[in-house]
Write a protein that binds this ligand. Structure first.
Ligand SMILES: *[C@@H]1O[C@H](CO)[C@@H](O)[C@H](O)[C@H]1NC(C)=O
Ligand SMILES: *[C@@H]1O[C@H](CO)[C@@H](O)[C@H](O)[C@H]1NC(C)=O
Ligand SMILES: *[C@@H]1O[C@H](CO)[C@@H](O)[C@H](O)[C@H]1NC(C)=O
Length: 802
């Protein structure tokens, strides 16, 4: 460099014009020469002695401005005093030089020195702005021009701006136009269309080169923002959005967010969302935020109603370009439905003894939920003899698990609990009331194993003596008990001639008066039968113990009363005191106290002579018999029993006090004659004869009358259809001749031909019992002769009619 400087240095022009010496010197140095650099040997060039320079005090005088060059007096050379910048000194003027004068004194000498400053390429081209920002709309047509600032280079000439280059040049090309004024206009021409969406910004570098050597350059950044045009439609990020939504989610639940992108910018890229296509149902449930694209619920969804929704969402930019995406919303089931039970069939009455496995009810169970939430299981409460089984899916059968016993538990409340498998599970229940119907499986049971009762004899017929009671654990007709007398013979009598049972109440009535003397007790069986089909029955033995009543007077067995003969006991006159005359023997058919007899002397011809043993009935003398005692002695002895009231019998005893039989006999013919008894007998005989005669005549008259009457009747009512009610004598059935005649008929006949006032309550046993009363009647009549009271009791129509 310095070499080149020195080579290019000095061309010296040299003029010497003198008055005083006036010479001119001219030098040329490149700008930016360092301080102290040699500019020219002015002493040589001007032919001035160094000593003259010193003595003349030579100096450099610059008129105004800066002094770039100074004189080195002792060497006679000019050196650079200050850095010289050509551009500062001359701007763009060329050539560029500065001048100064070299003045010496003694004498004054003036030399003009001109120094031309040569340009060196010390300035790089420079753009006014380091960066320019351009905005180019993306759909600008190719060929469009974009002027640029020129670069400036303070150097001149060849060191000035020489060329430009643009980089890169894929979209824009540089064009330099030479103006008329020699200025260069720099502009870019759009080569091909910009796409903001491809590149929204271009960064170009414009470089200006100068022509110096070496070349210097300056650059300018060109930032091109590609302006958007609405050339892009929004694009959904996904074409199909899938989302799941729990049913019953509250309104406002976010379902999904749709996002569409628009490659455009600003308002052109602003996408708004709307529901384009959806069912009415979907529109009622979902809403989309137009700005954010968030789909929320505005209502609850019900899985059981709809399981899937499809919505088409429109994403539209402001320019009206749109894209559509599909949103599929799957509803997720929640366990929001309880199982539902429906009774398909139900028999609320189940027979006891039904075989195990008898179906009581069939239940249909459903749950609107799906999956586990809809999986239902049924259970029933424990401790019931039933179980529940699944027959078909969704169908359950309630069946018996044990043999049922109505007598144990007659009714069950069965709660069927249906639960689904959801979490938490939902339940439902149904209570069935099952009644167990009765089967006749229990026989009647008597309240007592056997019955025993006491009846005092001579009871009034029809009296209730005892009530048997049986119970039956069954129900209704199966527990309705009827009582029956078991057929049996008691002491030769059919049992129903003695006793009757009220079939409904179980009250046992005596049919007749009992006689302790004939029958001290008797047993019979009563059957209790329920109303089931077939009926069940049980038997109980009833014992009736007849209790004695003092109804029999003592009977004197000895001495015996015989017809007309007079019997007398003979007491010899020689008899001692305490001689046993006779013994009154009496019996009483009653028993116990009622048969406990005592004897008393009631009357005696001579009371002092005899006494009667109170206990044994022995008649003894109490004193010595004397001659004065009458032959004929009459004693009346009373025999009494100990009953309450007591009954008694009287016996007359004739005693003859004599030593010989003739004596006795003569005395006792008187007894015979005066015997009132014989008189009475005669009277009765005569009376009887008269009565018999009377009855015969009456009978004859009656028979004739009846014959005449019937003859007339048959003529009057010949064509009458009136039933002829036959009359059967009461003894009729006994004879056994009319075996073919139904007993009931006989009974009816009795009832019809007789007045209704009859005490028919014993007749509940049927006609049979009425008729078979006959044998007992015979007995009764005999008793009736003895016992007036009994007569009244038996004074029933049937009896009287005989
Ligand atoms: C069954 O339920 C009914 C009505 O709730 C009630 O009256 C009856 O006593 C119950 N029966 C049983 C055996 O629990
Ligand atoms: C049966 O359902 C009723 C209401 O429907 C409820 O009150 C009761 O608790 C349920 N019983 C059981 C055993 O779940
Ligand atoms: C009465 O019933 C009992 C059983 O209770 C039986 O042993 C007896 O033989 C029956 N008597 C008659 C007479 O039927």
């Amino acid at each position: 460099m310095s070499e080149i400087k020195w080579l290019t240095v000095i061309i010296m022009l040299y003029f010497c014009v003198m008055d005083f010496v006036y010479c001119q010197a001219r030098y040329s140095i490149p700008e930016e020469t360092p301080e102290g650099s040699f500019v020219g040997n002015i002493a040589n060039d001007l032919g001035i002695e160094i000593s003259r320079l010193i003595s003349g005090k030579a100096r450099v005088v610059t008129k105004g401005g800066r002094q770039y060059v100074e004189l080195s007096r002792d060497k006679g050379t000019l050196v650079v005093k200050e850095r010289i910048d050509r551009e500062e000194l001359c701007k763009q003027t060329t050539p560029c030089s500065f001048s100064f004068d070299l003045i010496m004194e003694n004498p004054i000498e003036l030399h003009r020195v001109t120094v031309e400053v040569q340009d060196i390429n010390d300035n790089a081209p420079k753009f006014p702005k380091g960066t320019v920002n351009l905005q180019i709309s993306e759909n600008t047509e190719p060929g469009a021009r974009f002027p640029l600032d020129r670069a400036v280079d303070f150097d001149v000439g060849v060191n000035g701006i020489d060329s430009y280059s643009l980089n890169p040049t894929d979209h824009l090309k540089l064009k330099i136009n030479n103006d008329g004024d020699g200025e260069k206009h720099v502009e870019m021409i759009l080569q091909r269309e910009l796409d903001r969406e491809e590149r929204d910004e271009l960064k170009l570098v414009l470089t200006a080169y100068d022509g110096g050597s070496p070349k210097k350059s300056g650059t300018m950044q060109i930032h091109i923002s590609v302006l958007d045009a609405n050339d892009n439609k929004p694009v959904c990020k996904e074409t199909v959005y899938k989302s799941k939504l729990k049913e019953n989610s509250p309104a406002g639940t976010v379902v999904t967010a749709i996002s569409a992108t628009d490659a455009d910018e600003g308002i052109n890229g602003l996408v708004s969302y709307s529901i384009a296509q959806a069912s009415e149902e979907a529109r009622n449930v979902f809403d989309i935020n137009p700005d954010t694209g968030i789909i929320t619920t505005i209502n609850t969804v019900d899985y059981e109603n709809k399981r899937m929704y499809q919505i088409n969402v429109n994403a539209m930019d402001n320019g009206g370009l749109a894209d559509t995406c599909k949103v599929i919303i799957e509803v997720i089931d929640e366990n929001d439905n309880s199982p539902y039970m429906q009774l398909m069939s139900f028999s609320n009455i189940v027979g006891e003894n039904s075989p195990v496995g008898t179906t009581v009810a069939v239940i249909n169970v459903e749950d609107a939920d799906s999956g586990k939430n809809g999986l239902v299981q049924c259970k029933i409460n424990e401790n019931v003899p039933f179980k529940i089984e699944s027959t078909l899916s969704d169908y359950y059968a309630l069946i018996t698990d044990e043999i049922l016993d109505r007598e144990n538990i007659a009714e069950y409340n069965i709660t069927i609990l249906a639960s689904d498998q959801g979490s938490p599970a939902r339940h439902n229940n149904k209570t069935l009331n099952v009644k167990i119907s009765d089967v006749n499986d229990n026989p009647p049971v008597f309240s007592s194993e056997e019955y025993k009762t006491f009846v005092i004899e001579n009871n009034s017929p029809g009296v209730a003596v005892l009530t048997v009671k049986a119970s039956d654990a069954d129900w209704g007709p199966n527990a309705r008990i009827s009582y029956f007398l078991e057929d049996n013979n008691i002491h030769g009598n059919p049992v129903n001639s003695l006793i009757s049972v009220n079939s409904e109440s179980g009250v046992i009535h005596a049919i007749k008066a009992y006689d302790y003397e004939q029958m001290k007790s008797f047993s019979f069986n009563v059957t209790a039968r329920d109303g089931g089909s077939p009926p069940l029955s049980s038997e109980v033995t009833v014992t009736i113990i007849v209790q004695d009543q003092n109804d029999n007077a003592p009977q004197v067995l000895y001495p015996v009363h015989t017809g007309g003969s007079v019997v007398a006991e003979i007491v010899p006159r020689s008899a001692d005191v305490g001689y046993l005359v006779t013994k009154v023997v009496a019996v009483d058919v009653d028993s116990g106290q009622n048969a406990w007899l005592s004897y008393k002397l009631q009357k005696a011809t001579d009371r002092a002579l005899f006494e009667v043993g109170a206990q044994n009935g022995e008649i003894r003398t109490v004193r010595q018999v004397t001659d004065k005692d009458a032959v004929k002695q009459k004693l009346t002895v009373v025999v009494e029993d100990n009953g309450q009231p007591s009954r008694s019998a009287v016996v007359n005893i004739n005693v003859a006090v004599a030593d010989t039989f003739p004596e006795v006999f003569s005395e006792f013919t008187d007894f015979t004659k005066t015997n009132q008894y014989n008189d009475d007998l005669t009277f009765y005989l005569v009376l009887a004869l008269a009565v018999v005669s009377f009855l015969f005549i009456t009978t004859v008259v009656v028979i004739i009358s009846v014959k005449i009457y019937r003859w007339r009747q048959s003529r009057i009512f010949y064509q009458s259809n009136l039933p002829v009610i036959p009359y059967y004598p009461p003894g009729y059935a006994d004879t056994g001749v009319t075996g073919t005649l139904p007993h009931m008929y006989n009974y009816d006949a009795c009832m019809t031909t007789d007045s209704r006032k009859s005490d028919c309550k014993y007749s509940t046993l049927g006609g049979q019992s009425v008729l078979v009363m006959d044998p007992s009647f015979t007995e009764t009549m005999q008793r009736a002769m003895r016992d007036k009271a009994f007569q009244q009791d038996l004074d029933s129509p049937e009896v009287v009619r005989k």
